[in-house]
Design a binder for this molecule. Structure first.
Ligand code: UDP
Length: 328
């Protein structure tokens, strides 16, 4: 079946990978992106690929443009709502637009999907787990957030409100909506500009600059390759048992940020040294980091039969290769 896929935030890091996968599978893709953190550079190669000619349609506009969104949701059979502020740094620098994009934007997207009865996947985030440090994190776990004086939590709670909205649509109108909590997702084309750790560390290592480890480096994360994340998204949207559900997508290899820096130095053969920087020098004095963030992928596996499994070494090698090529 020839499908028409709408991706909000389709010029972003995850959206552009997802668009390419659907195009390679022979489908038609519509993208709407306001280029706030997305970039035309992410989709240039798709636009220039003759194989995708007439099947890739890009609208540079905001999802607040309801007339445009009405047209796009009306045309497409499936919607991926990925448009959102990304990156801790970006969110702290743009607290207001980060909230309105999440709240008003998602309200518009879900309202239109409901009007036309279109399948929709809503991208939430592991930030929604707040201060929870238990491992692994399960979708049904309780959540604790910091005070409203700390901007980081506004992003987490507005995304949580998106989740509530999606679940409420499912419960009241049976809208086919799947909600995913994306854990740290990495891969080619991710920019370090909004604070993400792996592209920043790799760039620093390749330039033999100090590696900027924030805090004491004992905080841990897991990382997932964007290619595997896209596979999960494509499968979940066609899995009716996932509708009305919140599902983690993330990696399982837990690593401290200090070890991550050391691994990147080794892999790049860099002469960089670690430089530990207190959080208050990087962000504001009231910044809070998450100490640990490891997903349970049991629910994902039970729904679609697989979960990301690429190991960190392979992920790092791919990112290093990409950043080296880009620098040429
Ligand atoms: N981090 C770091 N140095 C950097 C960028 C990030 O030590 O140059 C740390 C950051 O404080 C966090 C982890 O790496 O503990 C992951 O950061 P990122 O912004 O990539 O994602 P987060 O998990 O915080 O959303």
């Amino acid at each position: 079946m020839h499908r028409k896929i709408l991706i909000t935030g389709g010029a972003g890091f995850v959206g552009s990978h997802l668009a390419e996968k659907y195009l390679r599978a022979g489908h038609e893709v519509y993208v709407i992106d306001n280029l706030s953190t997305g970039s035309l550079k992410n989709i240039e190669h798709i636009q220039n690929n003759p194989a995708f000619k007439d099947r890739f349609h890009v609208t540079i506009d905001t999802i607040f443009n309801e007339t445009k969104m009405l047209e796009l949701v009306g045309i497409c059979d499936t919607v991926f709502h990925l448009a959102a502020a990304v990156g801790v740094k970006y969110i702290l620098d743009n607290p207001l637009s980060s909230i309105t994009t999440n709240i008003r934007g998602t309200e518009i997207v879900l309202g239109l999907c409901n009007k036309f009865r279109k399948k929709v996947l809503l991208a939430s985030t592991s930030e929604a787990y707040g201060k929870q440090v238990k491992a692994p994190l399960c979708e049904e776990d309780d959540i604790t957030f910091g005070s409203s004086g700390k901007s980081r939590w506004s992003y987490a709670t507005s995304k949580l409100m998106d989740e509530f909205m999606g679940i409420a649509y499912y419960r009241t109108t049976k809208l086919p909506v799947a909600i995913v909590r994306l854990f740290n997702t990495v891969g080619p084309r991710q920019t370090g500009q909004y604070g993400m750790v792996i592209p920043n560390f790799v760039q620093q290592a390749l330039r033999d600059q100090n590696i900027t480890v924030f805090g004491d480096g004992s905080q841990t994360r897991t990382f997932t390759h964007v290619r595997e994340v896209s596979d999960c998204l494509m499968k979940l949207i066609d899995t009716p048992a996932a509708y009305g559900q919140v599902v983690n997508i993330g990696g399982t290899e837990e690593i401290s940020i200090q070890s991550l820096a050391e691994r990147i130095i080794k892999k790049t053969g860099s002469s960089s040294k670690l430089s530990f920087i207190p959080y208050e020098q990087v962000y504001s004095a009231d910044f809070e980091d998450m100490g640990r963030r490891v997903p349970s992928t049991e629910k994902l596996r039970s729904l679609i039969g697989f979960a990301p499994e690429l190991d960190l070494d392979e992920i790092l090698e791919d990112v290093i290769r990409f950043i080296k090529e880009e620098a040429r």
